[in-house]
Design a protein around this ligand. Structure first.
Ligand code: F6P
Length: 342
């Protein structure tokens, strides 16, 4: 078979390991020809690709990022985008496209499948917010990086008797914040799913510090929101999509804590450090399993499906079902996390 591969959306540790899994099994077991489209759907629209083979994939398993590039461009942004995708598929005699991406890339893939494009999806995002799959690769790596940062911040916070606010990624969900907060022993964690009251946050910090503890770590997901009417966010702290800017909420929370409690407070915004560099062993294994299952799915003609992890088994689910809703932090996990606040 002739199979196209693309990586779309924000990059993520483990992308190369997925591509390697597809290429290794595709070439060695099925005798496939594999094409890597440049920069996600952009390369399919523009018919820009390079050949991927076992030789080219050597040394890529531990390498972060994606060797074929990524972008957030999708065919629905252009009036002739879908036509161009169909032309690329026809001209190159493609039997399938494997799209590795997050919510945006996979929603677009579900749509293209409805229009007759033979697509198989692989879920990717450090945010771990894609429905149906229990885990996406990249998440474990991001949590490790954030946890290490929290561990490091503990010692400097203790030396200076300071409050440290750590902003981590997670625009719509707080998986990274919750996990890293629990693993790092954070004093408190603020996530998008549960809006916070800044006065309650400060009251807890005061109670803790009055007991003689001076250092505190507050983990804030970038999409954390104050409870309505409790704290105003300036218009310039929002980006053009109406999301609070990266660094907006962390800075705001730190400013408010220092102003309201009088305790010296510093902020660290981890940003894209969480997405860069080598994937953890866990993510390399999950990526490899996803890659192998994706090429098997192509050969079973399971188009319109996405590979997913459930009960530690790799399964196939409908793309349309996978993108129907985001996966939020479960109330049970959040309850456990809260037991350790302040
Ligand atoms: O891939 C998901 C994500 O890392 C989010 O956590 C974050 O909000 C966003 O991407 C950042 O995107 P960009 O790389 O475009 O700044």
């Amino acid at each position: 078979m002739k199979v196209g591969i693309l990586t779309g959306g924000g990059d993520c540790p483990g992308l190369n390991a997925v591509i390697r899994g597809i290429v290794r099994k595709g070439e060695k077991v099925y005798g496939d020809t594999l094409l890597g489209f440049a920069d996600g759907w952009r390369g399919v629209i523009d018919n820009e690709f390079s050949t991927l083979d076992v030789n080219r994939m050597r040394g890529t398993l531990p390498r972060g990022g994606t060797i074929i590039g990524t972008s957030r461009i999708n065919p629905y942004m252009f009036s002739d985008g879908v036509e161009k995708v169909k032309r690329t598929v026809e001209e190159n005699g493609l039997d399938a496209i494997i799209a590795i991406g997050g919510e945006g890339t996979l929603s677009c893939s579900a749509e293209l499948f409805r229009e007759g494009i033979p697509v198989v999806g692989v879920p990717k995002t450090i945010d771990n917010d894609i429905g149906i799959t229990e885990r996406t690769f990249g998440f474990d790596t991001a949590v490790h990086i954030a946890t290490e940062a929290i561990d490091r911040l503990h010692t400097t916070a203790e030396s200076h008797n300071r409050i440290m606010v750590v902003e981590v990624m997670g625009r719509h969900v707080g998986h990274i914040a919750t996990w890293a907060g629990m693993a790092g022993g954070a004093t408190m964690t603020l996530i998008p799913e549960y809006p916070f009251d800044i006065e309650e946050v400060c009251a807890s910090l005061r109670r803790r510090h009055e007991k003689g503890r001076y250092a505190s770590i507050v983990v804030v997901a970038e999409g954390a929101k104050p409870k309505e009417g409790t704290l105003s966010i300036k218009p310039d702290e929002y980006d053009e999509y109406g999301h609070i800017r990266l660094g907006g909420i962390g800075n705001l929370v730190a400013r408010e804590i220092e102003g309201r409690t009088g305790y010296e407070t510093r902020v660290t915004i981890l940003g894209h450090v969480q997405r860069g560099g080598a994937p953890t062993a866990h993510d390399r294994v999950l990526s490899t399993r996803f890659g192998v299952e994706a090429i098997d799915t192509v050969h079973d003609k399971g188009f319109g499906q996405m590979v997913a992890l459930q009960s530690n088994q790799i399964i196939r689910v409908k793309l349309a079902d996978a993108v129907a809703e985001l996966k939020y932090v479960s109330p049970q996990l959040w309850e456990t996390a809260q037991e350790f606040f302040a």
